[in-house]
Design a protein around this ligand. Structure first.
Ligand SMILES: O=c1[nH]cnc2c1ncn2[C@@H]1O[C@H](CO)[C@@H](O)[C@H]1O
Ligand SMILES: [Zn+2]
Length: 343
C-alpha cells in the first residue's frame, strides 16, 4: 500500500471536477455572507445539506444535492470566488493542471448573462493561478434535461468569449431519462466548430450505449464511462481512438453506477490498456478530494507510483490544451515521478 505522504507528493492532473459540487465549507459560508443569505446554524447541518449520503439510491438522487449551493452562485463576485476556491483545493492535492466544469444556465437566477457567468468563473481561475502552482481551465456543461433550444445557446459562447481558458464542452445531468443520441445535433455542431468535447456517459446501469454514441458523435473523453465494462467488444475502439475515461471512484459508488467493489472496472480497464484517469467529480457532494481517490485506488488494487504516473500521462494526453503545453506537462511529470520512484 502506498504511503499517504507519497500520494500527496505526486503531481496530478484532474479533468473532471464540477464547480458547484466542490465548494469548501468556508467558501459556502463566505458566499452566503456576501449575499446576505441564511444557512443552517451549524457546520454539520450545512454539510448534511451539501453532501450526498452513502445511501443515495441513484444518479438522480445524487444530483438533487446540487440544489443547496446553487442559490449562492448567482452573482459575478460569488462565481469568481467559488472558482478560486476550487482551484485552491486542487492545489492542495498537488494538482498541476485542472479543468473545472459548470453549467452557465444554472447561474442566471438574478441578473447575470450566460457570458458573464462564464467570465466570472474564468476570472476566478485566473486569479487562483497567480497564487498557486497550477493551471486551471473551464468547461461549459449543458444539462441533459434542458430544452434543446436552451442548449443551443451555449455553443455561441465559444465565439463570443475568446479567452483561452474556455477549453471545452460537456453534457451533464440526468442520463437516466435522456440518452446521448438525443443531443446528436448539438454535439455534431460542437464537433464541426472544433470545440473539444467530453460527455457524461455510461454512469447508470444499462447506459452503455451512451458511451458508444458519445464517441461516435465526437467526444474524445467520457465522463465516468463505468458501463464500458459491459461492452468489451468496443474496448479496442476506445483504445484506438485514445478515448480518456474520467473516472471518480467515490462518486461512481454513490450514484450506484455499480454496487460492489468486485464490479468496479477501473483495474480491468487499466490492465486492458484503456485510458483511465482519476478525478473527484464533486469534492463536496461526494465528500472527497483527489488524495482520497488516489488512496482508494492504491488500497484496492495495489497501484504503484508508476501506475499513477501512467494514468496522469493519459490525463495529459486527454487535456484540452495545445500540444506544446502537453509536452511541457509530460516532461515535468516524467521528471517529478522519476524522483518519487527513486526514493
Ligand atoms: O456525476 C455527475 N453526473 C451527471 N451530472 C452531474 C454529475 N455531477 C454533477 N453533475 C451535474 O452537473 C451540473 C453542473 O456542474 C451540476 O449542477 C449537476 O447537476
Ligand atoms: Zn461529473
Amino acid at each position: 500500500m502506498l504511503h499517504s505522504e507519497l500520494i500527496a507528493k505526486m503531481p496530478k492532473v484532474e479533468l473532471h471536477c464540477h464547480l458547484d459540487g466542490s465548494l469548501s465549507l468556508a467558501c459556502i459560508k463566505q458566499l452566503a455572507k456576501n449575499d446576505g443569505q441564511s444557512l443552517p446554524a451549524t457546520d454539520a447541518e450545512i454539510l448534511e445539506k451539501a453532501q450526498a449520503p452513502e445511501t443515495t439510491r441513484n444518479l438522480l438522487e445524487y444530483l438533487q444535492r446540487f440544489d443547496f449551493v446553487l442559490p449562492l452562485l448567482q452573482s459575478y463576485r460569488n462565481l469568481e470566488i467559488a472558482a478560486y476556491d476550487v482551484v485552491q483545493q486542487a492545489a492542495k492535492d498537488n494538482v498541476k493542471y485542472i479543468e473545472i466544469r459548470f453549467a452557465p444556465a444554472q447561474h442566471l437566477q438574478k441578473n447575470l448573462t450566460l457570458e458573464e457567468a462564464v467570465e466570472a468563473v474564468i476570472a476566478g481561475l485566473a486569479r487562483a493561478e497567480q497564487d498557486f502552482d497550477i493551471t486551471a481551465n473551464a468547461l461549459i456543461c449543458g444539462l441533459k434535461h434542458q430544452p434543446l433550444s436552451e442548449l443551443e445557446k451555449l455553443l455561441p459562447l465559444f465565439d463570443t468569449i475568446s479567452d483561452e481558458k474556455l477549453v471545452g464542452f460537456d453534457l451533464a445531468g440526468d442520463e437516466v431519462n435522456y440518452p446521448e443520441i438525443k443531443f446528436e445535433k448539438i454535439i455534431s455542431a460542437a464537433k464541426n466548430s472544433n470545440i473539444h468535447i467530453t460527455l457524461h456517459a455510461g454512469e447508470c446501469p444499462h447506459c452503455e450505449q451512451n458511451i458508444i454514441d458519445a464517441v461516435e458523435l465526437g467526444a474524445t473523453r467520457i465522463g465516468h464511462g463505468v458501463m464500458s465494462k459491459d461492452i468489451t467488444a468496443y474496448w479496442e475502439t476506445l483504445i484506438e481512438k485514445n478515448i480518456v475515461l474520467e473516472m471518480a471512484p467515490t462518486s461512481n459508488f454513490q450514484t450506484k453506477s455499480i454496487t460492489a467493489l468486485a464490479d468496479y472496472p477501473f483495474k480491468k480497464f487499466y490492465d486492458a490498456g484503456l485510458h483511465v484517469t482519476l478525478n473527484t467529480d464533486n469534492r463536496t457532494v461526494s465528500n472527497t478530494n483527489l488524495q482520497q481517490e488516489y488512496t482508494k485506488i492504491a488500497d484496492w488494487y495495489d497501484f504503484q507510483v508508476s501506475d499513477f504516473e501512467k494514468i496522469n500521462h493519459y490525463a495529459i494526453d486527454g487535456a484540452f490544451i495545445p500540444e506544446i503545453e502537453k509536452i511541457q506537462l509530460h516532461n515535468d511529470f516524467t521528471a517529478d515521478y522519476a524522483k518519487l520512484i527513486e526514493k
